[in-house]
Design a protein. Sequence first.
Length: 229
Amino acid sequence: MVAVSKPAGRQNIAVTLLTAYLTVLARQPLATKACTTATLNFLQEEIAQRSSGMRASDNAHEKQAALQGVPVKKSIIERIVNKRVLQFSLYGLLVSGPLNHFLYELLGKVFANRPKTKLNTFLAILAQNIVISPILNSVFLAANAVIAGERSIENVVSVVRARLLGMMKVSWVVFPCVQLFAAKALPPLVWVPFFNAIAFTFGTYFNTQGKIRTLKAKRLEEDGEDKRD
């Protein structure tokens, strides 16, 4: 009897899970992408809140409010799952996932009948980076601002304007290389999970950095109020 090593066993499990995911993706692309985005957004927001220090700051404010006799009221759901984490997950399920799907479906239809030449590959990547990526990043920043508590349209727009260019600069440097790598080295079937992994990594980074900036601005504002008092 041949013993199966642990690494080989883990590799088989990973291949089985990937195969199952790709099968579901082929059968129900919109629902699968929406659920995938919701799950990744849940993890992204949870990681960003903890690594930026925002979760610790919120907990400290809640404890201080409780000591002052004005405890923060939370629903049953909020006691189980952080409100912003849930909102960001719902944004992925209802907005980001479907929007991503339809934009790339539209792009696929535009280039569907064109020959697979280097020029058309370049044009497809160019369209992704100057049309699709700015739309998705703008919606992401706007949703992030609303989830963080912004309710004024002017403030949301100012957040998008202030952060979009920096986000796009990184996207324009990194993602063409990622897309070329995928086009040359990976079969089309695994592009979706591959791009999801890359987007998750950079989304978590930008989300964390945005929360760090928000915390710094909040602390500066509180320090200014203390000095005036």
